[in-house]
Design a protein around this ligand. Structure first.
Ligand SMILES: Cc1cc2nc3c(=O)[nH]c(=O)nc-3n(C[C@H](O)[C@H](O)[C@H](O)COP(=O)(O)OP(=O)(O)OC[C@H]3O[C@@H](n4cnc5c(N)ncnc54)[C@H](O)[C@@H]3O)c2cc1C
Length: 392
């Protein structure tokens, strides 16, 4: 068997969380090696909403200036009733919001964020990057941690960060818990040129049309050259282990009762690929001696608060700080990081679940939601202070 490649910090997974973690660790003075299983670094999917808590983390990672070149700064986050077409409530994310949280709400293309993080990693001589490395098994050997790849190669590291997403092999080692839970909802998403947009409720806004067991999200990305759309609905044909559910026929049937602007938007939604929605219950233990989890590997959540990537960025900043504070005691750094993060991310995971339920109400439930939210002022930020005002 070939001997293991010796590295200092090994990050498994080169998604948003993994690359952000590499930057944070390098800024804390550590050498970092990132392994990614895909042949190229890249993101599938379309838009990403980044709330002020993420903008703050991106600033601390030194890339917020690059974000400003491609990001779009919406004026309002608006919820509309997908059946009646009425506005339910809105959050003004303009000057007053930015003054309150110190950072803006920004929306952008996923590719653009990943490209910015990747360029920053490539420019940092403390970071090395390797693709085509599918880590199959992770372990802790007391004085080092070990990662074995499917191709037979392995790495011996001072520390391993598993930023390897929803199906994380690192999590199998740390938590050994059950498989992710399928919400039985599925998303279709994609971008179209902004000039081709036929139906919207404000190109300056992030818009969510909320309906019975469905929603549609729309917002501009990439300097407002593209328009991102995500349609989500509950499939009644879900069978565990099967791919024959959440089809485009079900998509059309689910959205048939919605108002005309939503139905019109649906004709322009990306239909080439479907994304089943998963999460997991929160866990308190993210670390084992020299191995730690980060991002979706630690706290996969439903996307209803648009916080999965934001939380991964917060994780990265917190991890970098903990490593800087604890010198060569990696295990102590990882425990400090875990203790600083697990209750916050648990709150986001559980609130995302709850908020999804509120968005997907029908009949009397929907009327009650709309009635209760009708008197909310656009500049009442009290419900989101805990989320957006957090300094990682
Ligand atoms: C429809 C939808 C909309 C969303 N919208 C938002 C939003 O607006 N705002 C927001 O903040 N979040 C949003 N999210 C959530 C967000 O996309 C995720 O939380 C975020 O991408 C997680 O990043 P990550 O780096 O932890 O994991 P991932 O993005 O899953 O990256 C994991 C990486 O690890 C690699 N990998 C996996 N296994 C291995 C292995 N064995 N060996 C080596 N490499 C491996 C993968 O190839 C991948 O590159 C949304 C999610 C969905 C589904």
């Amino acid at each position: 068997m070939p001997s293991a490649t010796r590295v200092s910090f090994l990050v498994i997974g080169g998604g948003i969380g993994g690359l952000a973690a590499a930057l944070a660790l390098a800024r804390a003075g550590r050498r970092v090696h990132v392994v990614e299983k895909s042949p190229e670094f890249g993101e599938i999917g379309a838009g990403l909403q980044l709330a002020p808590n993420a903008s703050r983390a991106l600033d601390l990672l030194g890339v917020v200036g690059e974000i400003a070149k491609v990001g779009v700064y919406p004026k309002r986050l608006v919820m509309l009733d997908a059946v009646s077409g009425d506005v339910v409530t809105a959050l003004d994310v303009g000057a007053k919001f930015q003054a309150r949280y110190g950072y803006p709400y920004v929306v952008m293309h996923r590719h653009d964020l990943l490209a910015i993080l990747l360029a920053a990693c490539r420019a940092n001589e403390a970071i090395t990057l390797e693709t085509g490395k599918d880590v199959a098994e992770v372990g802790d050997r007391g004085d080092h941690a070990l990662a074995r790849c499917a191709d037979g190669s392995s790495y011996a590291a001072d520390a391993i960060i598993g930023a390897d997403g929803l199906w994380s092999p690192t999590r199998r080692f740390i938590a050994g818990d059950a498989r992710p839970v399928c919400a039985q909802f599925v998303a279709y998403r994609g971008t179209i040129p902004i000039s081709a947009v036929s139906s919207h409720a404000g190109l300056d806004n992030v818009v969510m049309w909320a309906g019975p067991d469905l929603h549609l999200v729309q917002y501009p990305v990439r300097r407002a050259e593209l328009f991102n759309q995500v349609a989500v609905f509950r499939s009644h044909r879900y069978v565990e282990g099967s791919d024959d559910w959440g089809t485009v026929e079900e998509l059309d049937a689910a959205f048939a009762p919605t108002c005309e602007p939503v139905r019109a938007a649906l004709t322009q939604i990306g239909r080439g690929r479907r994304w089943p929605m998963f999460d997991r219950p929160p866990i308190a233990r993210w670390t084992h001696n020299r191995v730690a989890l980060l991002g979706d590997a630690a706290h996969p959540m439903l996307q209803y608060l648009a916080q999965g990537a934001c939380q991964a960025l917060e994780d990265a900043v917190c991890l970098g700080r903990a490593v800087a504070d604890h010198g060569s005691d990696v295990a102590a750094a990882f425990l400090a990081y875990q203790d600083a993060r697990y209750l916050r991310t648990a709150r986001v995971q559980l609130t995302a679940h709850f908020f999804g339920g509120v968005c997907h109400l029908a009949d009397v439930g929907a009327t009650l939601r709309n009635t209760l939210l009708a008197d909310r002022a656009d500049d009442d930020f009290s419900a989101v202070d805990w989320l957006y005002g957090h300094a990682a």
